[in-house]
Design a binder for this molecule. Sequence first.
Ligand code: SF4
Length: 252
Amino acid sequence: MYMIKSIARTVNQLGPNQAHGPHQTALGILSRVAGHEAAVSANPHEPRPESDGGCIEAFARLVAEAQACRACPRMEGRVRLLGPANGPLRPRLCFVAEAPGRLGGDRTNIPLCGDQSGRNFERLLAAAQLDRASVFVANAVLCNPRDAAGRNAPPSSTEIRHCSRFLAATLDLLQPPYVVALGAVALRALARIELHGATLAADVGAVIPWCGRSLIPLYHPGPRAQLHRPYARQAEDFRKLGALVRVDDGAH
Ligand code: SF4
């Protein structure tokens, strides 16, 4: 976690214009990704340390492409939250959340970190006995959508459609055996890549074959989702998720 925060600080120090602009070159990103990957690979908890140079370079190119993206007008000036702080490049598990929060990822440059959703997510990961440094956290959209009053807002269907190419490319690069959709928006975004037929209400916690991997729908860790799935039940969902991943790890 400390390492992830350090990397995010580095990105923060670039400032928003530099982080979005031409200074964020594939080469610059590559050096940070490579450094990050080396550090993660040295972690004994890292389950799949076999990232190759091709994957690192391809990720750096994808990050540079995302930083330059201007497809959604209302995302102007927002962080494009894709980079080394999202997680390792060969994770067993990739979470897909909704979008960076105004006080979360858009401020900290770390997905699900710094706001109430992030704090809940940390607690849920702890309940699952999953190490944050071993999982990748993606989003249905890479930028923080806000309403006219400057509050967090859900991404529109158009924004999800625009950004699905980054989500698809990220999953294609990472090849995680498990993809965990955190909430209905993440499920909708994943259905754009390949139909899965799952709904949150009917399939929470189910393991669904999808795109040659296992898709697991869970509720978003944000406070609003707790109206539908109280924290204690979410913690139980995460405990089962952790047990599932560990059983599967033992079989490898
Ligand atoms: S949300 Fe995605 S598609 Fe839209 S501007 Fe941000 S990076 Fe581009």
